[in-house]
Design a protein around this ligand. Structure first.
Ligand code: 13P
Ligand code: SF4
Length: 376
């Protein structure tokens, strides 16, 4: 009996899919999987303790099987902080590699296998744009505003938050970050993901006093529409998670009344409200790992994680929440294993390729915003 309800879901599902192997030398573009695996293993063996490979849960199978640690963005930033390896190869997206650079020592080097791996949601809140909105917002709000940025943001925005007395959070500690901010001010400005912000505000009983700020709206909001808000949400979102609708949850419950539903908090509020469990990719992973044999779980997040869970837990039935419509993340999929081979073999030849380095002043401030989070 096929266990997944979709066809062979492994690597190629993004609606906005493109592959970019052009930055690679010709000889790396068409490596056979077996050959590639042997070459990656050989490079890892040669680099030994000088190397750590961190793999986000959304990476494809051919990447996670080479990672020393696989996890959510919070777990991986902790691993980066604790690692002594000279080279941290981050199989994830740009903001994660930047965060690893911020949090590691100066004698450690962070490399991102493909520089094309940029999260579109992080790009929805650029520090310059936020800086401009800040004056407007702080003028319109009655009390002190504390900015809280999701980890899915660039280092310059993390630095801005530190400068304005705020901090960073991930999807596993957003509620704690809001509480930290409320101890220091009256209103939280949450960036860039409005859905994670709305889900967190809901958990804290603040739905009624939450407003959304659309930085692209030329009219903007009237100051009176914002004044008195406890939470202001920047109008960013993740296209992979916005795709899930409450009908998907209803459909799965109708077809499979025994199924449980777990979703990521980047999903819309009504989807999160309809699910049994809402949490980060680590929570989703643990939920399925702790399920009893024979249980069925529908997964509302990026498709590669659903595929991994299906492979890792053959005694649990794993269903992608929206079946064939479930997406992979185009940013994450830029980490082609051929790029990983190229970066690792570069290191064995003394050539550091695709180094991610945050400018010193930004790094110092972003580190402050991230340390505030790690202390939560
Ligand atoms: P996690 O922090 O849950 O790993 O999520 C990161 C992410 O990019 C979700 O889209
Ligand atoms: Fe960004 Fe969404 Fe991809 Fe996560 S899944 S890295 S939020 S685009």
């Amino acid at each position: 009996m096929p266990r997944m309800e979709t066809a062979d879901l492994d690597t190629d599902l993004s609606l906005f899919k493109y592959d970019n192997l052009e930055q690679l030398p010709e000889r790396y573009r068409t490596l056979d999987e077996e050959v590639r695996r042997r070459r990656i293993d050989a490079a890892k063996a040669e680099l030994g303790d000088d190397l750590v490979i961190l793999g986000h849960n959304y990476q494809r199978r051919e990447i996670v099987e080479h990672a020393d640690f696989v996890g959510d963005s919070y777990q991986l930033s902790r691993e980066a902080a604790e690692s002594d390896a000279e080279y941290v190869v981050f199989a994830g997206v740009t903001f994660m590699a930047e965060s690893a650079d911020v949090i590691t020592d100066d004698d450690q080097t962070v490399l991102l296998p493909s520089m094309e791996a940029s999260c579109p949601m992080a790009g929805m809140a650029e520090a310059l744009q936020v800086d401009a909105a800040w004056a407007e917002l702080t003028g319109a709000l009655d009390g002190d505003v504390v900015p809280v940025t999701y980890m899915n943001s660039y280092a310059d925005l993390k630095a801005f938050c530190a400068e304005q007395g705020g901090l960073v959070c991930t999807s596993s500690n957003a509620a704690d970050a809001f509480e930290w901010a409320f101890d220091r001010g009256d209103t939280v400005l949450f960036l860039p993901d409005k859905h994670l912000g709305e889900n967190t505000a809901h958990d804290l009983g603040l739905t009624e006093s939450t407003v959304t700020w659309d930085p692209w709206d030329p009219e903007g909001k009237e100051p009176s529409e914002v004044a008195g808000a406890d939470v202001v949400l920047w109008d960013g979102y993740c296209q992979v998670h916005e795709r899930f609708r409450v009908d998907h949850v209803e459909d799965v419950r109708e077809r499979r009344p025994d199924a449980n539903v777990v979703v990521h908090p980047e999903c819309r509020r009504e989807v999160a409200a309809a699910a049994d469990v809402v949490g980060s990719t680590a929570t989703i992973t643990e939920t399925v790992a702790n399920a009893d044999p024979g249980e069925t779980w529908a997964i509302g997040t990026e498709i590669h994680l659903a595929n991994h869970l299906d492979r890792w837990h053959p005694d649990v039935e794993v269903l992608p929440l929206c079946g064939d419509a479930c997406m992979d993340c185009n940013a994450m999929r830029q980490i082609d294993p051929n790029y990983l081979t190229w970066v690792l073999e570069g290191l064995t030849e003394g050539d550091e390729r695709n180094v991610v380095e945050v400018a010193p002043r930004e790094k110092e401030l972003a580190a402050t915003a991230m340390e505030r989070m790690l202390e939560l």
